[in-house]
Design a protein around this ligand. Structure first.
Ligand code: ACO
Length: 424
């Protein structure tokens, strides 16, 4: 049997290579189709388009499988830590103890911000959305580290970029939060460990080990998710050989939207709205089902998970630990549980394979930790950074990589002659 696919267009047959991945995923390589036939493919929202070959994350949405570099997310969430998982994503293998410590030392060496970046941060009004602040300050970092502006992504640049961004993004986030509550920033103390250091910079108080561990788990769950909207944006920007700060800043912007990372903020706002409306979640389920109503159940549904989101299962458990440890009785949790239970047995959601996604419970944990609602999506950034940087590195190391430049089917006016304004 031929490994090629045959495509018949208007009586002509074209042979196209078929590519198979290590998990048996199959794709028709259409790269040469236009040159051979003059025809392009069109795929709204890239529902059926592979944009690259990648060895970082494997995801099977039907079976609810998520693996980083071959390791199941359940095992990493149970036994790894965020720094180790970041090393794994970026380098392809789990680190030895010495490699882990050297990596964390490198992250720790960026435990402050250039004073110019601090000045930029101080210029934002306290009401600014943290995602806009993050996007702007990450892009601004390029102004303070000119060595990154080279077209080449050297080993040194790649290794420095992950350590620097993992350290400085968490400082930017915590410093900006302190400003919004009228308090001075707290210095980074990497000796506390990655997640505890972040919480300490935010709240300036002793942080419980289990609580820091729960945050670390959440960051692991968010660390990569193959070619989603923001990761694809990082790759598209990076494909022009723009610097790494520009690429990551683009990822932040793409993540901001409600249909993507912004869903965690939207979930909390939705749960609040249901509570303030008297707590009748069934009414909101009906709104979500009503095609004349634009309301959607935030935190439900996913482009690729059509069975369940394995991250949502783990988060639900972490949520219980944090709420118990912090002794939080959150009425929103009861609403979330009721909403989930009701939706999971509702014909509309069952038929469309709509299940809670990673964002459904993460907001409740962030809220319990004292993180303000408008910072939830920025928390997602903190988790996703190693994934974006690993994808950016893979892109820059692919010697066959091309600038991302899709085509289109033009549906506008045909050629017509310009008329002077006096003749119109
Ligand atoms: N509430 C109600 N109906 C929904 C929902 C929802 N949350 N999600 C999908 N649907 C319905 C759609 O109306 C559509 O119905 P139809 O077939 O009768 O027209 C069907 O389910 C398929 O939905 P699409 O929008 O075509 O699915 P797509 O894969 O394009 O969208 C998305 C996925 C954007 C995540 C969508 O499910 C959604 O808007 N969810 C809410 C926002 C959200 O939680 N986003 C976070 C995703 S996770 C992440 O990015 C980290």
């Amino acid at each position: 049997m031929s490994d090629n696919a045959k495509l018949e267009i208007k009586g002509n047959t074209y042979e196209l290579p078929v590519i198979t991945g290590t998990e048996g995923e199959t794709a028709i390589d259409i790269t040469t189709l236009r040159a051979k036939s003059g025809v392009i493919t069109i795929d709204n929202g890239f529902m059926n388009t592979g944009s690259c070959k990648s060895a970082i994350t494997f995801l099977d949405g039907e079976k609810g499988i998520l693996r980083y570099r071959g390791y199941p997310i359940e095992q990493l969430a149970e036994s790894s830590n965020f720094v180790e998982t970041s090393y794994l994503l970026f380098n392809g293998e789990l680190p030895t103890k010495a490699e882990h410590d050297a990596f964390y030392s490198k992250i720790s060496s960026f435990s402050s911000l250039p004073s110019g970046v601090k000045n930029i941060l101080n210029q934002f009004p306290a009401t600014a959305h943290p995602m806009g602040v993050l996007s702007a300050t990450i892009s601004a970092l390029s102004g303070f580290y000119p060595e990154y502006l080279t077209a080449e992504a050297t080993e040194e640049i790649k290794n420095k970029s992950i350590a620097q961004l993992m350290a400085q993004v968490k400082i930017i986030m915590a410093n900006f939060y302190r400003k919004t509550i009228g308090k001075d920033p707290v210095d980074s103390n990497p000796a506390l460990g990655y997640s505890k250091d972040f919480l300490n910079m935010m709240f300036d108080k002793e942080i419980d080990d289990e609580v820091a561990h729960a945050l670390d788990t959440l960051l692991i769950l968010h660390a990569d998710h193959e070619q989603n909207c923001s990761t694809s944006t990082v790759r598209v920007v990076g494909s022009s050989h723009a610097n790494v700060f520009a690429s990551i800043s683009g990822g932040v912007d793409a993540l901001w939207g409600q249909l993507h990372g912004g869903a965690n903020q939207a979930v909390l706002e939705m749960l609040d709205e249901i509570k303030n409306d008297g707590g009748d979640y069934k009414k909101f389920i009906n709104k979500a089902k009503d095609k004349d109503d634009s309301f959607r159940l935030m935190g439900f549904g996913h482009r690729v998970y059509k069975n369940f989101d394995p991250r949502a299962k783990i988060i639900k458990k972490a949520c219980d630990v944090v709420l118990e440890k912090l002794n939080v009785q959150d009425p929103l949790l009861a609403i979330a549980r009721g909403l989930e239970e009701e939706a999971l047995k509702d014909e509309y959601f069952v038929q469309r394979n709509l299940y809670p996604n990673v964002d459904f419970y993460s907001g409740i944990i962030y809220k319990a930790l004292g993180i303000p609602t408008n910072m939830f999506t920025a928390m997602f950034v903190l988790g996703r950074l190693p994934g974006w940087l690993s994808q950016w590195k893979e892109l820059r190391e692919d010697t066959t990589g091309k600038i991302a430049r899709p085509r289109q089917i033009y549906v506008g006016e045909n050629e017509r002659n310009y008329k002077k304004i006096s003749d119109r």
